[in-house]
Design a protein around this ligand. Structure first.
Ligand SMILES: Cc1ncc(COP(=O)(O)O)c(C=O)c1O
Length: 434
């Protein structure tokens, strides 16, 4: 198996770095341990192609959105058709009404929707709605969970060790970037996720100040970690008991676990939910949805909310994902991939855990069971080994997310992609031990 030559990517990155902060347009676009990221020319289906002419099997999916693969014909057609009519109106359209109605039909908690452009904005809006409705200011945010890059959101999103997090009862407010206003974190109550007792104690003491409990219902960012049996239903019950709203951040899980998101997949309906990434298969669109009485409390602003292009793309995405067998096919491919990874772990004497849920797979090294929570990940998952795997996979033509352990599938992936990926892993797993 030949290692890829990526010299042109390297040259282009160092040129861009002179004019563009970090040489990339988001911290997601380059892994911390990469000397330079791969510069791409195009993608089609489940593959991406770089400036050196290399062909990669892709599991990054544009960091989540590309659930139909790259440059899907149905989206291209819908967007091109809309381009002819105009890309931005600042006015409602019949398609906007059609999309809102459709989302209300497919998402369990949705009685009304409101559109934004990014997950960051939609989460900001959801928090505002929760505060407006309850008249309370505090939000329970879980350690390790990421909801966007606004001042109030980027708090205790990651840590290098459990020590850095501090004790579960008084979790440290870890600021993530320079220039962040630390006082914005005063309205956050930090809690360990997947620990019902800890949440109960918080709500018993402080529910008169808490507007909402916000969580990723399947902790994908800084995970992936599944909710323990009964945890999601338990949280909902606690929230109802204490008059606190439950918000699901479904920016990753929305349209990936199912069209109705994690709430449909796991059968627990929150008061509000935030969707983004995959809902328009690569065109920027996000939204919040929930009960009418909550949603009507705050009126959203935003020049680019639900542009006609995004609306056209989202309608086409839904039509594609509603076709029979689509999720079953992705789930079967996920099983083939993750079973294969587990088998290769055994073959090479490497501790690895892999699992799959429709269009999201997970893979962790250094552990051979599902991680229980963020602290378990920090203590037991071999994050350095994953960073190494990421670079090795890249060298041999498999594009993994730099976010350790998340693997995104799309409707464009094939059995042949999975087989080729497993051949690459078979080749590089022994190198992880070196
Ligand atoms: C769970 C979750 N919420 C919110 C966001 C923020 O979304 P965006 O990057 O579109 O602002 C992300 C982004 O990765 C995410 O993973």
């Amino acid at each position: 198996m030949e290692k890829y030559n990526t010299e042109q990517s390297k040259a282009l990155f160092f040129e861009a770095k002179q004019y563009l902060v970090d040489g990339v347009s988001s911290s997601f676009h380059k892994a911390a341990n990469e000397e330079y990221p791969i510069c791409m020319t195009h993608g089609k289906g489940s593959h991406m192609y770089d400036v050196d002419g290399n062909d990669y099997i892709d599991y990054v999916a544009g960091f989540g959105p590309m659930i139909l693969g790259y440059a899907p014909d149905v989206i291209n057609k819908a967007v091109a058709g809309q381009l002819e009519k105009g890309s931005q109106f600042s006015a409602p359209t019949a398609d906007l009404c059609k999309l809102a109605k459709k989302l209300v039909e497919i998402i369990p908690c949705a009685e009304m929707v409101s559109f934004q452009s990014s997950g960051t904005e939609a989460n900001m809006h959801a928090w505002r709605v929760a505060r407006a409705y309850t008249g309370k200011m505090k939000i329970v945010k879980f350690e390790g969970q990421y909801h966007g890059w606004a001042d109030e959101q980027k708090v205790t999103i990651g840590a290098d060790s459990v020590n850095e997090l501090g004790p579960k009862e008084s979790i440290n407010r870890l600021m993530n970037t320079a220039g962040q206003r630390t006082h914005t974190a005063d309205d956050l109550v930090l809690a360990p996720w997947n620990d019902l007792k800890a949440l109960e104690e918080i709500l018993d003491k402080q529910s008169n100040e808490i507007a909402a409990v916000l969580m990723e219902p399947y902790m994908c960012d800084e995970g992936p970690i599944l909710a323990k049996e009964g945890y999601l239903a338990g949280v909902k019950e606690l929230c109802q008991k204490h008059g606190v709203l439950l918000i699901f951040d479904e920016v990753i899980t929305g349209f990936r676990l199912s069209l109705g998101g994690a709430q449909q997949y796991f059968g627990v309906t929150p008061d509000l939910a935030v969707f983004g990434k995959a809902i328009a298969a690569g065109v920027s669109l996000s939204m919040i949805c929930g009960r009418k009485e909550l949603m009507e409390k705050v009126h959203p602003s935003g020049t680019f909310n639900a542009t006609p292009l995004a609306v056209a793309a989202s309608l086409a995405t839904i039509a594609e994902l509603e076709k029979p067998g689509v999720y079953e096919k992705m789930d079967a491919l996920g099983k083939k991939l993750t079973d294969g990874i587990m088998a290769l772990g055994k073959k090479h004497g490497l501790k690895v855990y892999a699992n799959h849920h429709n269009a999201i797979c997970q893979m962790q090294l250094g552990i051979d069971r599902a991680p229980e929570d963020f602290r378990d990940c920090l203590e037991n998952v071999d994050r350095k080994a994953y960073d190494k795997l990421y670079l090795l996979a890249r060298d041999y033509g498999v594009r993994l997310t730099s976010a350790r352990g998340r693997i995104y599938l799309s409707t464009a992936h094939t059995e042949a992609d999975i087989e080729s990926t497993l051949e690459v892993f078979d080749h590089i797993f022994p190198m992880l031990k070196a």
